[in-house]
Design a protein around this ligand. Structure first.
Ligand SMILES: [Zn+2]
Length: 355
């Protein structure tokens, strides 16, 4: 996008320089070489996947705590395995399945997390997520723009994720720096991460180190109704389009609608490659208020100076094929752009399945 500002240069993170560090952290805990190498690769994969949401100065710290998390989840896994083996040998009746308990714990955590939001935040979130009010009509009510409402919703969701994980963990943050750090991670706000010195805090605070992975690796937590595709190159545009199409197909969208969704995803992903160099596309299936697919395309590029102008038909920021943002808007049911100069752009768009 056009901008008078210097781009924030979201360069590709130099993952190779992290390898010796990650090897050291893993090697100190795991001695079997092949297992250690697997864990090193798993760590690098995770760090790479979150790179668009992490400010470059934070990468080392994040790699260290991720390596620790990866190792301890291996230990937990082995523990469970041992206990289960024991149980088989014991011939005791197995414990009742704890899935109900798990579900009610999660439900309780959601309730407690919602209670942490302000009345206004809760109202906005529920109006959108539960009652299906679109960003445009909510903007009318607030006297603001759809883009501003979408940005607000993203901030509220980022907060809700933090409060949810804290509630699930039954943890009260040990320092007053914890919440600001967790919020900066959850929102993928690289400038805020720098301001609150998230890198140092992660190394000092066990709780935040533990929660950093689920906050940053959204879409990698075994959720099969959400994918997150880092966008750096043209190849990633194709990957984003295919992922969106495959995910949406599961909801029974018509072939025509699948093509429209995939095309809109291509356009927003292409925008990232052309103007911001790096970012991500998150595709998420929605159940309520009716089946749909939400796409959030986020970058840390230079931002758009004049969103209204950029959304006008015929306004083209580059020559060649492509529908641009106005085209993507026509293909989807809901569409909102939030952009800040020097900080980046977030496009949020939704398509509902027709009856
Ligand atoms: Zn902390």
């Amino acid at each position: 996008m056009r901008s008078g500002n210097e781009p924030d240069s979201p360069a590709q993170p130099d993952i190779t320089s992290l390898i010796p560090l990650v090897r050291r952290v893993v090697g100190a805990r795991v001695h079997e070489a092949t297992v250690a190498e697997d864990l090193v690769q798993e760590t690098l994969t995770r760090v790479l996947a979150t790179a668009p949401r992490v400010e470059p100065g934070l990468l080392e710290s994040y790699a260290i705590v991720t390596a620790r998390n990866v190792v301890s989840s291996l230990w937990r896994e082995q523990d469970r395995h041992r206990r289960n083996q024991h149980r088989v040998v014991d011939l005791r009746p197995p414990d009742p399945p704890d899935t109900d308990l798990l579900a009610s714990e999660e439900q309780g955590a959601v309730t407690r997390a919602l209670a942490q939001l302000s009345e206004r935040e809760r109202h906005l979130l529920l109006a959108h997520e539960v009652n299906g009010r679109d960003t445009r009509s909510l903007a009318g009510e607030q006297g603001s723009t759809a883009g501003a409402v979408a940005a607000q919703l993203n901030r509220i969701r980022a907060r809700l994720r933090v409060e949810y994980l804290l509630a699930l963990d039954n943890a009260e943050p040990p320092t007053d720096r914890c919440r600001p750090v967790l919020l900066a991670l959850s929102g993928g706000d690289r400038r805020r991460q720098r301001e609150v010195d998230a890198g140092r805090h992660l190394l000092e605070c066990e709780l935040c180190a533990r929660l950093s992975s689920p906050l940053l690796e959204r879409g990698r937590q075994g959720r099969d109704d959400e994918v997150c595709i880092p966008i750096h190159s043209d190849g990633d545009i194709v990957a984003a389009r295919q992922a969106a199409r495959e995910l949406a197909a599961r909801l029974g969208f018509s072939r025509t609608d699948l093509t429209l969704i995939a095309t809109a995803v291509s356009e927003v992903a292409r925008n990232i490659v052309r103007f911001a160099e790096a970012g991500e596309v998150v595709v998420e299936l929605l159940e309520r208020p009716r089946p749909g697919v939400r796409v959030v395309a986020r970058d840390t590029g230079p931002g758009i100076a004049d969103v209204e102008q950029a959304m006008r038909d015929g306004y083209s920021t580059y020559h060649g094929l492509g529908l641009g943002l106005p085209g993507a808007r026509r293909l989807m049911d809901e569409f909102a752009v939030a952009s800040e100069l020097g900080r980046g752009t977030t496009v949020t768009m939704t398509k509902w399945r027709r009856r």
